[in-house]
Write a protein that binds this ligand. Structure first.
Ligand code: PLP
Length: 351
C-alpha cells in the first residue's frame, strides 16, 4: 500500500496464476499446458518473421490471422476479435458488454479470473451453484442478470455442457450477452461457434494456449455477431492498438494451418486422459467426467491438501484450490505418458 496508489488499486484482488517454478526436472501438471508442444510449422513461421520488419508495427487488426480463423470456422473475418491471450479478450468483454447495472452470472465453481474482472471494472458478480454432480443446470440461468459467462468445458471441473443446453441459456436470455469460454473445447466438446449466426447474443471465446500448445505466444480470440465484435474493437482501440506482435500473428496463423499436428496432439491428450481416469479410479479416486486436458479428482479418504503436498515432495506439481466445495479435489493436467505414469506412481506412494 502506498499513498501514490489510485484508490481503485487499494481494493483490487488480483488473479493468482498457477506457479511456474524455476526448478528443473519437475513433473509440472498444474497449469493445463499441452505436453505435446506447438507444431514445427509454427516455429518455422516465427523464425521467418525474425528480420528487419520487427522495426515496423504489426497489423493492428491482424487481418490475415482473422481470415485464417474465420475460414477454419466457416464464418466471416468481421466476426473475429483477436487479443493477447483469451484473458485479455475476456477483460475487454467484461468492460464492453457486461456493464448493465445488474449482476452478471457465472458458476460458483469456475475460472477464478471472472470475479477478478468484476472487481477491476466494478461489476457485480453473482455465482450460480453447480449441481451436486458439479454440472451447470441451464434452468438456473433463468433469472434477471447483466450478462452470463461460463467455460465449456468448465474449469476446474472439466465437465462439458451439451450444445442443446447452451441453446437453452441463450434462448432464455435474449436481452443479454452469453459468453461461452471454450478454452478446452477441442478435447472432446462441440463448439458453439456454429450457433453465432443464429444467436446475436452469443459470444464464443477460444485460446491457442491449450489445444494448440501456444500458452507462451499469448493469442486468444472471440467470435460472435459483428455488433459484439465492434464493441470489443472500440475497447481494444482505446487500450492497446497492437495486442498481437508480428511473431504471434505469424505463429498463430501457422498453427491453424497444421491440421494434422493439431488433431494428433488432441488425440494424444484424450487417450491419455482416459488412461489417467482409469488409473485414478483404481487408486480409490472419484474422477469427474472430463472433456478437457485435465481431470478433477478427489480421493475417497485422503485429503486434497495432503496429497498435493505429498506429490510436491516428490517433484510433482498439481493444482489444489483451497476453496468451498472443491478443497478435497486435485486438478491434474494431462501430461506425456511418462509424466502421467510418474503422477500415478507418486500417488501410489502417498495415497
Ligand atoms: C487457460 C484459460 C483461459 C486463458 O487462456 P489464455 O489464452 O492463455 O489467456 C481462459 N479461460 C479458461 C477457462 C482457461 O482455463
Amino acid at each position: 500500500m502506498s499513498k501514490f496508489w489510485s484508490p481503485a488499486v487499494k481494493n483490487l484482488v488480483p488473479y493468482v496464476p498457477g506457479e511456474q517454478p524455476k526448478m528443473a526436472n519437475l513433473v509440472k501438471l498444474n497449469t493445463n499446458e499441452n505436453p505435446y508442444g506447438p507444431s514445427p510449422k509454427v516455429i518455422e513461421a516465427i523464425q521467418a518473421e525474425l528480420n528487419d520488419s520487427l522495426r515496423l508495427y504489426p497489423d493492428p487488426e491482424g487481418e490475415s490471422l482473422r481470415q485464417t480463423i474465420a475460414g477454419y470456422h466457416n464464418i466471416k473475418p468481421e466476426q473475429v476479435f483477436l487479443g493477447n491471450g483469451s484473458d485479455e479478450v475476456l477483460a475487454h468483454i467484461f468492460y464492453a458488454l457486461f456493464q448493465h447495472g445488474q449482476p452478471i452470472l457465472f458458476p460458483d465453481v469456475t475460472y477464478s479470473f471472472y470475479p477478478v474482472y468484476c472487481g477491476l471494472y466494478n461489476i457485480e458478480g453473482k455465482t450460480v451453484p453447480l449441481t451436486d454432480s458439479f454440472e451447470i443446470n441451464p434452468e438456473d440461468y433463468r433469472q434477471p442478470n447483466g450478462g452470463i459467462i461460463f467455460p465449456n468445458p468448465n474449469a476446474p471441473t472439466g465437465c462439458y455442457l451439451g450444445l442443446e443446453h447452451v441453446e437453452t441459456i441463450l434462448q432464455t436470455n435474449p436481452e443479454r450477452v452469453v459468453v461461452v469460454d471454450e478454452a478446452y473445447i477441442d478435447f472432446g466438446g462441440e463448439t458453439a461457434i456454429t450457433l453465432v449466426d443464429k444467436y446475436p447474443n452469443l459470444l464464443v471465446c477460444q485460446t491457442l494456449s491449450k489445444a494448440r500448445s501456444l500458452a507462451g505466444l499469448r493469442v486468444g480470440f472471440a467470435i460472435g455477431n459483428p455488433d459484439l465484435i465492434e464493441a470489443l474493437n472500440r475497447v481494444k482501440n482505446s487500450f492497446n492498438s497492437y495486442p498481437l506482435d508480428r511473431l504471434a500473428l505469424a505463429g498463430a496463423k501457422a498453427a491453424y494451418e497444421d491440421h494434422d499436428w493439431f488433431r494428433k496432439s488432441c488425440e494424444g491428450v484424450i487417450s491419455e486422459r482416459e488412461r489417467m481416469t482409469r488409473s485414478l479410479e483404481g487408486l480409490n479416486f472419484e474422477v469427474l467426467p472430463s472433456k478437457a486436458n485435465f481431470v478433477f479428482a478427489r480421493h475417497k479418504e485422503k485429503s486434497g491438501e495432503s496429497l498435493s503436498r505429498g506429490l510436491r515432495e516428490q517433484g510433482i506439481i498439481v493444482r489444489h484450490f483451497n476453496k468451498p466445495r472443491i478443497s478435497e479435489f486435485l486438478r491434474i493436467t494431462i501430461g506425456t505418458p511418462e509424466q502421467n505414469d510418474a503422477l500415478i506412481s507418486g500417488l501410489q506412494s502417498c495415497a
